[in-house]
Design a protein around this ligand. Structure first.
Ligand code: SF4
Length: 216
């Protein structure tokens, strides 16, 4: 894990963006959070532009209250950036939300499950034990096989609890196509989801029309 610098703040989270609702980053209606910053440097990383921009610092209590208060969501998907770089803050946020309501957690990480499980950092292990589904491993452009919900074939969709057991076949293993959503805010547009090559092209065209004010 020495290629990553772990931050162990508890009270704040540095984020790039969040959406209240999505259907393309996990089963059911869920929120999504992109934490800011990753130094894995994968070639073809679709979050590169967003990670290079400045993030926004949120108070953990504020963010937990915000997500807990969004009606009709089943849980959250946390991506980035690299979520495990801010493990302590994320664990605090998840624990606070789960004190308020039942909440599913899906995380995308560039680390491997085994690296996280064997980490000497207890915050990393604690975060891992709070996750229902982990999608692990770095994005490898040459292994991008257009299968939905992960970027390349080396990445694994790992069930860490049985919370989503009943929907694994109908959602993750449904032989579906990759889908994206476009999230429009006051002054920016964001791509949500794992895009296909065609989806990425549509997104690039869309970004140009939006004047380049975009994230992912
Ligand atoms: S781990 Fe994810 S966010 Fe980090 S560089 Fe690789 S693809 Fe991008």
């Amino acid at each position: 894990m020495n290629q990553f610098e772990i931050e162990n703040k508890t009270n704040t989270i540095d984020i790039s963006h969040y959406v209240e609702y999505t259907k393309v980053l996990g089963p059911y209606l869920r929120s999504a959070l992109w934490v800011h910053g990753c130094n894995a440097g994968c070639t073809g990383c679709i979050a590169k532009e967003m990670n290079e921009e400045k993030g926004t610092i949120y108070d953990v209590d504020e963010l937990a209250g915000l997500f807990a208060g969004i009606p009709n969501t089943e849980g959250i998907t946390i991506s980035g950036g690299e979520p495990f770089l801010q493990a302590k803050s994320i664990v605090t946020m998840i624990e606070k939300i789960r004190k308020i309501r039942d909440y599913g957690v899906i995380v995308y990480t560039g680390f491997l499950y085994e690296e996280l499980d064997q980490s000497e950092d207890e915050n990393i292990r604690k975060m891992l034990y709070n996750i229902d589904i982990l999608i692990d491993g770095r994005y490898i452009k040459e292994l991008d096989d257009n299968i939905p919900y992960r970027g390349s074939s080396n990445q694994r969709i790992i069930q860490l609890t049985d919370r989503y057991q009943n929907v694994m076949n109908t959602y993750y293993h449904a032989h579906d196509k990759r889908k994206i959503e476009i999230n429009v805010t006051e002054n920016k547009v964001y791509l949500v989801g794992v895009p296909s090559e065609y989806g990425l092209k549509v997104w690039e065209d869309f970004k140009k029309k939006a004047g380049g004010k975009s994230g992912i």
